[in-house]
Design a protein around this ligand. Structure first.
Ligand code: ATP
Ligand code: MG
Length: 359
């Protein structure tokens, strides 16, 4: 395992557009860091620069304390797993696992021992003599990871490794990856579009936007205390309700003093909006609304409420099945302790004033 230190790294592809804009990220040895962000924000580019598959335009990347800017991928002691697995189709599973080690001139006995161990950990022993096309997607995925594991690298880089799998297999593999990474203790940088993977896998979650880091921290920090409108909107599914204060005021609502000056948008998560005043203790904002639609999504229901003057509906998460009628009037209660306030101009959080909250 190794640390990965990324300092003021920039990337401009030929053609001139800067896609990574002076990015700093420090990854501890053995840490599992998940990168998320919208399509095109530079996640794969960053991973490929760490791996040495893309040149670094400016700045420095060090792995295990050694600057790797000018090292070939093979010299960086890192293993990358891609979304499409990239297995050699004409080789057996065993052949795929052995290939990298053979190329490095690893002794036969050592190759056999490592392949055996990886096959055991990943439960792919029964398929060692099959070709990749004779495997299911999840089995191929495990072979791709096996190929990374046998090398015993300083770090793994995974770029959306589970995106081809169905929901059930993804869930299974997610748990396997976490267990594997803990067992091996290898530093892992993991790119995903999946909120659940991001929340459950990460020691540290990094939200990228437009080639820069928007916020980093534990998954709960990012979910519970987003510092920008972008992170507030990006994390969570369904996302946080972001309500335009000017629209609320225009519709005649008055906001309590606890909402600080300069707040252009208030945010509240769907699970923090309540229909029953009795479930809220402490000060709250009450908005008259009309429940327009309800979706049952298994263990909970999502209700969509129209609030006078607002251009979008407010989403509420209701535990269990919805027992009321759709198309009914209802008051929405937004507890101030759960409210997130943002400046519209800067897109940044405006802290709630504690004394006003207590009042
Ligand atoms: N080889 C290349 N030449 C020029 N531009 C590129 C190249 N590769 C990527 N880009 C551009 O760089 C930006 C970042 O791309 P990148 O693949 O890193 O995004 P990403 O965050 O991984 O997106 P996704 O979530 O869709 O995989 C995009 O605007 C993309 O068009
Ligand atoms: Mg990508």
């Amino acid at each position: 395992m190794a640390t990965i230190a990324i300092e003021n790294v920039r990337k401009t592809y030929p053609g001139g557009i800067e896609v990574i804009k002076g990015l700093d990220l420090s990854i501890a040895a053995g840490e599992l860091v998940v990168l998320v962000g919208p399509s095109g924000c530079g996640k794969s580019t960053l991973l490929r620069m760490i791996a040495g598959l893309e040149s670094i335009t400016a700045g420095e990347i060090a792995i295990g304390g050694r600057v790797v800017n000018n090292l070939e991928p093979a010299e960086r002691d890192i293993a990358m797993v891609f979304q499409n697995y990239a297995l050699y189709p004409h080789m057996s599973v065993r052949g795929n696992l052995e290939y990298g080690l053979k190329n490095r001139g690893t002794p036969r006995a050592e190759i056999d021992a490592r392949v055996k161990e990886a096959a055991r950990i990943l439960e792919i022993e029964p398929f060692l003599d099959r070709k990749p096309r004779q495997l299911s997607g999840g089995q191929r995925q495990r072979v791709a990871m096996g190929r990374a594991i046998v090398r015993k690298p300083q770090a793994f880089l995974f770029d959306e490794p589970l995106s081809n799998l169905d929901a059930k297999l993804r869930g299974h593999m997610r748990v396997e990856i976490r267990r594997l990474q803990r067992t091996l203790g290898t530093t892992l940088v993991y790119v995903t579009h999946d909120q659940l993977e991001a929340m459950t896998l990460a020691d540290k979650l990094v939200v990228m936007n437009g080639g820069a880091i928007e916020q980093q921290g534990s998954p709960l920090e990012l979910y519970g205390d987003p510092q920008t409108l972008f992170v507030a909107g990006f994390m969570g599914s369904p996302g946080m309700n972001l309500i335009d204060v000017a629209q609320l005021r225009a519709a005649g609502a008055t906001l309590p003093d606890a909402v600080p000056a300069g707040t252009g948008v208030i945010g509240i998560r769907p699970e923090d909006v309540f229909l029953e005043a009795g479930r809220v203790d402490g000060p709250a904002i009450t908005l008259p609304a009309r429940i327009e639609a309800v979706e049952m999504v298994g263990a909970e229901s999502l209700a969509y409420a129209a609030v006078g003057g607002l251009s979008q509906s407010v989403v509420l998460r209701i535990p269990g099945a919805w027992t009321g009628h759709a198309d009914t009037a209802a008051d929405l209660h937004l507890p101030l302790t759960r409210l997130h306030c943002f400046s519209k101009e800067t897109g940044r959080k405006v802290p709630l004033s504690a004394p006003a909250l207590a009042a």
